[in-house]
Every structure is written in structure tokens, then in C-alpha cells.
Design a protein around this ligand. Structure first.
Ligand SMILES: CCCCCCCCCCCCCC(=O)SCCNC(=O)CCNC(=O)[C@H](O)C(C)(C)COP(=O)(O)OP(=O)(O)OC[C@H]1O[C@@H](n2cnc3c(N)ncnc32)[C@H](O)[C@@H]1OP(=O)(O)O
Length: 264
């Protein structure tokens, strides 16, 4: 079990090394690796270096689809907002120097953990058919179309979200559970970025005005505070121009050791 956990930690860190800062995946290693008898995270630096020096892209076989990239189902408004945030992102320039930009687009896969380990160990431990809830509808535009951008300096996230017809609750409007799902996904991703692996302990939601199906909304996520293992995030869902408040939420995310997911 320990070996599987470590394999997963390595895979995750390798995955994140291409996307996040070294500081972040050091932080993630701290949370993922087992705690030893003296209460300190076991940190095999040589292994960390080996992981970070390997090829930046960890996928061993076919490239998985990045669901956060534009597709034909995106409305003009969704594309406009994607372009707007993309234009503020860090970009590779000629000579592979990075041009500074405060924002970064986060890629999104339907089975991140499996891909992160090359599909080897987790497929033995988790259900082979398991897929990320928000990325399991193949028909483009039918479910959750979204892309998350993170602002490293302000420690905020914004998600551009277009709700498809399979997310209906009240006629013509988005189901409250689907709204909760996108809020949990965005704030959970944000908390993971800040604190490493976490689980949602508490999510409090106030629904202020219904979201029309097919419309594009912004999910704004802000870090309130970190207290020990607890990361507090607040969130607002607004219309794409920011004029209308649809939903407000606060979330508490508790840092976990990866063994927590396997009943240890
Ligand atoms: C993994 C890598 C991910 C990669 C990125 C993918 C992104 C995907 C994004 C998708 C995202 C999807 C995300 C999802 O869907 S996560 C799925 C939904 N969440 C769950 O299933 C979580 C179930 N609960 C648990 O597993 C445990 O209860 C946890 C882990 C949360 C805490 O149990 P643990 O035994 O570890 O800790 P503790 O009990 O000692 O508590 C510690 C502290 O926390 C405080 N506390 C605890 N609960 C609450 C509460 N309800 N309200 C207020 N406070 C609470 C507690 O008082 C204490 O505070 P203090 O006394 O220290 O001050």
C-alpha cells in the first residue's frame, strides 16, 4: 500500500511539475508522503529530484484529451472570455524564455490520477472505469464546459463555465447540484493549488438567482485563510459581465495524506 501511495505521489508530482511551481509540488510531496515515527514527512530528496528531472510530460502512452481547451460547442462569449484570460497568461516566447503573466490556465483531464501514474498502479486499486465526474460526458457542450485560470500573485482563481442541456434542474435553468459541483471543483482545485492534496470538509452555498442553461458564467474563487490543515475559500458565481450575482459559497478544505483515500 505504501509503495502504491509513493508511486502515486511521484506520478502526481511529475504531472504537476510541468504545470505548477517547484515550491508547490514540494508542498504536495509533504502532504502525500507518509509521516514517520518522529512526526516528520518522509522526504526522499533524491527521489524528488529524479522525478522533477524526468521528461516534463508524465503520460506513458497516448496523450489524454485536455478538456479545458476550446471546442466547437463553446459560445462566442465563452471563447471571448477564454481569449481574455489567456491573453493574461504566462507564455513561452522564442528561446523558451517565459514571459511573465500573472494568470495560468490549468489543464483538465478526465482521469488525472490514472494518467499521472502512467495507468499502472491506480487502475489496480481504483475502478478501471472511474472518470472525473465533471468530464465524463463525451458529447461536447452537453454537460460541464469549463476552463480554470489561476492567478499566482493574487492567489485567486476564475473559471469560465458554460452549462449544457444535460445539467437542467428547474426548466431552462441549471440544477443546483450541478452548480454545487462546479463550485466544489473550482474551489477544490484552488485549495489543492494552495495547500496540496485536500478534501472538501464543508461547502455552504447560497443560491441567489437562477442560471439559464447554455449561458456562460464566471466562478470566482478567493483564498480567505489557511489555518494549519484547513484552507478556507470563498466563491461567487456571476454573470459573464459580473453584473448579476447567481451564487455565493464558502468552502473548507482539509489537507490529507494520500493514505486517507485508501482507508488508512
Ligand atoms: C489528491 C490530488 C488532487 C489533484 C487535483 C484534482 C482536483 C479535482 C477537484 C475536485 C474537487 C472535489 C473535492 C471533493 O469532492 S472531495 C469529496 C467530498 N468530501 C469528502 O468526501 C470528505 C469526507 N470527509 C473526510 O474525509 C474527513 O472528514 C476530512 C478529511 C475532511 C477531515 O478528516 P480528518 O480526520 O483528516 O481531520 P479532522 O477530523 O481531525 O479535522 C481537521 C480539522 O478540520 C476541522 N473539520 C473537519 N471537518 C469539518 C467540517 N465539516 N466543518 C468544520 N470543520 C471541520 C476539524 O474541526 C479540525 O479542525 P481543528 O480542530 O484542527 O481546528
Amino acid at each position: 500500500m505504501l509503495r502504491h501511495g509513493l508511486q502515486m505521489a511521484r506520478g502526481l508530482c511529475q504531472l504537476l511539475s510541468d504545470k505548477f511551481s517547484v515550491g508547490l509540488h514540494r508542498n504536495i510531496m509533504k502532504h502525500l508522503l507518509p509521516i514517520n515515527a518522529t512526526g516528520h514527512a518522509w522526504s526522499p530528496l533524491r527521489n524528488i529530484r529524479a522525478v522533477t528531472q524526468m521528461a516534463p510530460w508524465p503520460f506513458s502512452s497516448s496523450q489524454p484529451r485536455d478538456y479545458s481547451l476550446p471546442n466547437a460547442s463553446w459560445s462566442a462569449e465563452m471563447q471571448r472570455l477564454y481569449d481574455q484570460y489567456s491573453s493574461m497568461c504566462e507564455v513561452e516566447t522564442e528561446g523558451s524564455e517565459k514571459k511573465k503573466g500573472a494568470w495560468r490556465r490549468l489543464p483538465s483531464y478526465n482521469r488525472t490520477l490514472k494518467y499521472a501514474t502512467g495507468g499502472r498502479c491506480l487502475s489496480r486499486m481504483l475502478q478501471a472505469k472511474a472518470r472525473l465526474f465533471t468530464r465524463n460526458i463525451e458529447e461536447q457542450g452537453a454537460g460541464f464546459e469549463y476552463v480554470v485560470f489561476i492567478n499566482k500573485e493574487e492567489k485567486t482563481c476564475v473559471c469560465v463555465f458554460q452549462a449544457g442541456h444535460l445539467l437542467e434542474g428547474p426548466p431552462g435553468h441549471v440544477h443546483g447540484g450541478a452548480i454545487a459541483t462546479i463550485i466544489d471543483s473550482v474551489t477544490g482545485t484552488h485549495a489543492t493549488y494552495i495547500s496540496g492534496p485536500v478534501m472538501t470538509a464543508n461547502l455552504t452555498i447560497n443560491y441567489r438567482s437562477p442560471i439559464p442553461l447554455g449561458s456562460v458564467v464566471l466562478v470566482h474563487s478567493a483564498l480567505d485563510k489557511v489555518e494549519g490543515r484547513k484552507t478556507f475559500i470563498s466563491c461567487q458565481v456571476t454573470s459573464s459581465d459580473g453584473a448579476k450575482l447567481h451564487t455565493e459559497a464558502t468552502g473548507l478544505f482539509v489537507s490529507i495524506n494520500v493514505s486517507h483515500l485508501f482507508g488508512a
